[in-house]
Design a protein around this ligand. Structure first.
Ligand code: ATP
Ligand code: MG
Length: 444
């Protein structure tokens, strides 16, 4: 892709309306465009990143045996009346009437709809467990939408739902998602800590939020620092192994402010290990048993002939919020340098040729490199504008492809000036560059 032909409307300066760095950068490099309060269009650069995040989220859901479906954004009020949440949900729910005067709504979450799908199709314990997920736009009429896509009204969420025969099996499902969340955030280059949380309007009694540390986050957190050293690599998708993982984390105090208790914190965590800071909630999982299956009559036949309501959990990831969360974690605001993890980078590498009026050789060379990359499934972007090298580098530092190639006067023969953002320039040939980038891509 040539930058001259791309739709990347870059601003010279930071937009003044943006208060946090993710919002600044996303507007600055034209990843999003606000259409009304808390509602955004996603432009090519932003959309590319979000789609890559979505793909990783999907892969990790599939790995634990969850099956993808797609439910609509618009739901009927009937099922929400059955669960009792039509009244409870309050003003955050966008209520709509269709031309027949029927009460509809733009889904803020899908517990009712998925329970309705389940109850109309599956009747036997033999079909359990069932793990279903979808990735769909949600609408919540947030009282104060802010920080760009971090807290907006229309946002893209992965929500999964589990159906099990009893508490023990349901806990197994819960723990599978717990592990898959750790793996997902890890592949996105983030360290997300599971924290005991309140269940809010979803309800239930067991719940964890997955939080990444960031000064601009909206969740206040209290933790034992040692929780950051807990590893999940050797965890198997088996009951015992998953329980052991949860226990490893739960050895260390870590809660959001809703569950915070000063005495408990001071008693359990010695002073040098105490961490009080802020974070961004990127995922939230809940176990709520028969909270929905009971009022909505979603039951299955048990082995002995009796019936029971299925035990359910739900599991959310803020796919669109993650774009901002990654920027909060990775953007060096002072030097104006963004380095996307290669797993979600809009481009793997930027090619920066020095272009003179009557000499196209650097641009020709850039195009050749571009096609070599293409053959190797490496995505690159060429800055074919006639700006000087330093302003081109500045621009590419904002776009954030993790690697850069500079083709200047000194570039002759096979050796290219190649650099990973934040590292030293190396002079190596294209074959070696391809090898380095491919290795990084495989690792992710
Ligand atoms: P929050 O506490 O941030 O308001 P929530 O607890 O209401 O979120 P959940 O119902 O747990 O949200 O939704 C699952 C995930 O969806 C959250 O972990 C978050 O990443 C994302 N999310 C929720 N609300 C928004 C929003 N208004 N804008 C963007 N993402 C959101
Ligand atoms: Mg939440």
């Amino acid at each position: 892709m040539y930058i001259s032909k791309s739709f990347i409307p870059i601003l010279k300066n930071n937009p003044s309306e943006a208060k946090i760095k993710s919002h600044q950068l996303m507007l600055r490099v034209g990843m999003i465009k606000q259409s009304s309060a808390g509602i955004y269009s996603w432009l090519p650069l932003g959309f590319k990143v979000m789609k890559k995040i979505e793909k990783i989220v999907k892969e990790e859901q599939n790995k634990i045996g969850a099956q993808e479906i797609l439910m609509p954004t618009i739901q009927s009020s009937e099922i929400w009346k059955e669960s009792g949440r039509y009244e409870d949900y309050g003003e955050e729910m966008l209520r709509i009437k269709d031309r027949q005067g029927r009460e509809m709504l733009f889904g803020p979450t899908n517990e009712e709809l998925v329970t309705d799908i389940f109850r109309s199709s599956l009747k036997s314990y033999k079909s359990l467990p069932q793990l279903l997920y979808h990735i769909q736009w949600k609408f919540r009429d947030e009282i104060r939408p802010r920080f760009g896509i971090m807290r907006c009204r229309e946002f893209y969420m992965k929500d999964a739902y589990s159906f099990d025969i009893n508490d023990e099996e349901a806990l197994f499902s819960y723990n599978k998602f717990y592990l898959s969340y750790l793996k997902t955030f890890n592949r996105l280059g983030l360290i997300a800590i599971p924290m005991a949380a309140d269940t809010g309007p979803i309800g239930g009694n067991l719940s964890h939020e997955f939080i990444i540390l960031a000064e601009t986050g909206e969740s206040k957190i209290y933790a034992d620092k040692r929780i950051f050293d807990v590893k999940s690599d050797d965890t198997k998708l088996e009951k015992k192994s998953l329980e052991a993982l949860r226990n490893k984390f739960e050895e260390f105090y870590s809660v959001t402010d809703e569950k915070f208790n000063k005495n408990e914190f001071e008693k359990k965590v010695k002073e040098t290990n105490r961490l009080t800071t802020k974070g961004i909630e990127v995922g939230h999982i809940f176990y709520f048993g028969d909270k929905y299956s009971k009022p909505m009559g979603a039951s299955v036949d048990l082995p002995g002939g009796k019936k029971d309501f299925v035990k359910m959990g739900s599991y959310g990831i803020g796919v669109s919020r993650l774009v901002g969360a990654i920027i909060e974690a990775k953007y060096d605001e002072k030097n104006e340098v963004m380095k996307w993890p290669i797993s979600v980078a809009p481009y793997d590498v930027s090619i920066i040729p020095m272009i003179n009026k009557n000499d196209n050789s650097a641009l020709d060379k850039a195009s050749k490199i571009y096609f070599e990359f293409e053959k190797n499934n490496i995505e690159s972007i060429i800055d074919d504008s006639d700006e000087n090298i330093s302003s081109k580098i500045k621009k590419m530092n904002l776009i954030g492809a993790p690697y850069q190639i500079i083709i200047g006067k000194q570039t002759d023969g096979d050796l290219l000036e190649f650099k990973e953002i934040g590292e030293e320039v190396q002079k190596i040939n294209l074959a070696e560059i391809i090898k380095i980038i491919k290795e990084q891509k495989v690792r992710n």
